[in-house]
Ligand binder design. Structure first.
Ligand code: ME8
Length: 641
């Protein structure tokens, strides 16, 4: 049976749009989850929203919405963002859902019944106009309200408390016996010294607002954030319900990881295990606390307008450069600074130059020297080859070790070290010199094979990180699915090679000045004209070069040697032309006969798997579907412009 792996993000407050800080946590978990999937684990990835509390109530009021309407809107936006980032979560829990509220109510009553929760009085700094309590550390100068700046007063309120002090010793023992419970080590030490100073019981209910889960036995109280929020990790698994199979499988399974930001580590490292001890639920999870993304001049702050949102970055640069930057720039145990200069440099140097160029150069050379086809060579022993092979194997191991320890930035560095080594291999073996000497053809063949084999390994390691580029890499190198798996990470698994005849660079270089200026404006919240990157723009005369017409499909059949291809005979009036298209996963030949489709006539004819193709049928595509463009009123040969 497969080992199980359960990973969670914090559930986010719906106080506004999510920024790159929250996005970082979600992308990090997505990458780790995809890695575990690649390794063959039975994985489950949970994220969601923490939708109760006074702040939400106040914000909703300001927006003229009910709190529920407000959180519904933000949850919708958040899901859209995760979609944009291709986050592969299995469940999205919202604390306003019935499945969650029922469990929180049960948990609260149980803790109350067994006297782990008791009624007392909460004393705090209260802002009358905002109707909010604050702790001393949250206050502004002279004990003013951090939200509105007006003076606060000390007010007492009836509140339930969770007995933390009772579990202090047990918790310290637990941390001692489970040295990898909290990572990084430096953060664990902070938690331990905090506990050793002595724990105060935690206020877990409020009477000053009502946007929350009501305490069953005393509905004047709502459950205050942390018992509500932390329970999401098990309520989402059906804990305490008739169907608790997910809880049994994943919570009690092989590996459970909560990824949190450093600011909420204490809640997860102290309150959560104590809650579980009190509830007699096994503490199966490990905690990883990451640092923060800062701006050059300090913390990101929505109220000061110093904040970076991911959407404009993805729209302008694409998904992979954003994922890459976020994962690569934040060190394992520290903070990172988001700067325009670094973003452009990472995209240009790491992605476009080092990695993109390696792939592009390799394909171009195979086209030039071997007309895109290369037989697998006999193994041989040049010292350059041995070094490259050794480096590739070492990289796989180093990548794995780092990923298993959640050191994702370091794991990415390992891949780039192999990228550099592979580029160096080209310089060492000088294929352009080998190509001049017919006697060196076998050497050249071996060099090309080794390049593709190293790049295939890089592609597999990149699958959890660069989602589109890794797919594109396999496509351009024509590498079949069984050679994209973790199990296929063995040198020499690759057979004969047939690369694309028309390689496209996967990462365009950014113009340094333009993009740094664009990003600086974006970071300063200046209105930025939406402008596509220059290299993507074409002139109308470029478009006019295409000869596009209506073509009527007269005959269609499966390609004899390739499952994914169909071969159509199409009347474009000037002649009946044969076109090979990769659409057989979406259409049967019968469905296409009689269709009037859109055809590019003046593409250079090419042989695709041995069959001549004289043009291209246009189709639209998304992740699920592909649809061939077709017309009704027009006839074969009619021009499209
Ligand atoms: O704390 N860089 O929610 P939240 C990196 N609802 N991470 C950052 C960041 C930054 N600049 N700013 C925020 C909550 N984060 C609670 C969690 S879980 C049971 C309840 C991270 O929306 C922050 O560290 O305020 C935290 O991990 C996460 O975003 C959610 O923050």
């Amino acid at each position: 049976m497969k080992e199980t792996f359960y990973i969670t993000t914090p559930i986010y407050y719906p106080s506004g749009k999510l920024h790159i800080g929250n996005t970082y946590t979600t992308v990090l978990c997505d990458t780790i989850n995809r890695y575990k999937n690649l390794r063959g684990f039975d994985t489950r990835y949970l994220t969601g929203m923490d939708e109760h509390g006074q702040k939400v109530q106040t914000v909703a009021l300001e927006l003229g919405k009910t709190p529920q309407e407000h959180v519904d809107d933000i949850a919708e936006d958040t899901k859209k963002l995760w979609n944009m980032l291709d986050i592969q979560y299995d469940d999205f829990i919202r604390t306003t859902e019935k499945r969650h509220k029922t469990i929180v109510k049960q948990i609260f009553e149980k803790l109350l019944d067994q006297d782990d929760i008791y009624l007392g009085e909460y004393e705090g700094y209260y802002c009358m106009p905002d109707e909010s309590f604050f702790t001393e550390t949250q206050l502004g100068e002279n004990h003013t309200c951090p939200d509105c700046g007006r003076p606060t007063t000390i007010v007492k309120e009836e509140s339930y408390f969770l007995r933390l002090s009772k579990y202090e010793k047990r918790l310290l023992d637990f941390i001692d016996k489970n040295p990898d419970f909290i990572t990084p080590e430096s953060r664990k030490n902070e938690v331990v010294s905090f506990i050793k100073q002595g724990l105060f019981d935690l206020s877990v209910s409020r009477t000053s607002f009502d946007w929350g889960i009501k305490v069953i036995s005393n509905p004047a109280h709502v459950v205050y954030v942390w018992i509500d929020a932390l329970s999401n990790y098990i309520s989402a698994l059906g804990y305490g319900t008739d169907d608790n199979s997910l809880y049994e499988k994943y919570w009690k399974g092989d590996e459970v990881i909560h990824v949190v930001g450093k600011d909420i580590l204490r809640f997860h490292a102290i309150f959560w295990p104590i809650m579980l001890m009190a509830l007699d639920i096994p503490i199966t999870f490990k905690l990883y606390a990451h640092g923060w993304y800062m701006m050059k001049d300090g913390k990101m702050s929505k109220s000061k307008g110093k904040v970076v949102y991911p959407e404009p970055l993805i729209e302008r640069y694409g998904l992979d450069p954003v994922r890459y930057y976020l994962l690569r720039e934040l060190p394992y145990a520290g903070d990172g600074v988001f700067t325009p200069e670094d973003f452009v440099a990472r995209t240009n140097f790491d992605l476009a130059n080092d990695f993109g160029n390696l792939l592009n150069r390799t394909i171009n050379m195979i086209n030039k020297y071997f007309d895109s086809n290369l037989e697998k060579p006999k193994p041989s022993n040049s010292s350059f080859d041995e070094e490259l092979i050794q480096k590739t194997q070492d990289t796989v191991l180093a990548f794995q070790t780092n990923m298993d320890e959640l050191k994702v930035a370091a794991a990415i560095q390992e891949i780039w070290s192999l990228v550099s080594r592979t580029n160096k291999y080209i310089d060492e073996t000088t294929p352009w010199v080998l190509a001049k000497d017919e006697d060196k053809k076998v050497d050249l063949q071996r060099v090309m094979y080794n390049l593709v084999e190293a790049i295939r390994h890089i592609g597999i390691l990149l699958r959890p990180i660069l989602l589109e580029a890794s797919e594109e890499l396999f496509k351009q190198l024509n590498i079949s699915e069984h050679l994209q798996t973790w199990e296929s990470l063995k040198w020499g698994e690759l057979g004969d090679i047939e690369v694309t005849k028309s390689p496209v660079p996967i990462f365009p270089r950014l113009d340094k000045e333009t993009e740094e200026e664009y990003l600086t404006n974006l970071l300063n919240n200046k209105v930025v004209p939406v402008k596509a990157i220059e290299e993507d723009l074409i002139d109308i005369s470029d478009f006019a070069k295409l000869d596009i017409v209506v073509g009527e499909i007269l005959e269609c059949a499966k390609h004899p040697d390739a499952d994914k291809l169909l071969v159509s005979k199409i009347n474009t009036l000037d002649k009946v032309r044969q076109i090979v298209s990769g659409i057989s996963a979406y259409y049967t030949p019968e469905e296409l006969v009689g269709k009037k489709v859109v055809v590019i006539k003046n593409l250079k004819p090419v042989k695709i798997r041995g069959i001549l193709s004289e043009g291209m049928i246009l189709a639209g595509k998304n992740k699920k579907d592909l649809e061939v463009l077709s017309v009704n009123a027009l006839n074969a040969g009619d021009k499209i412009s």
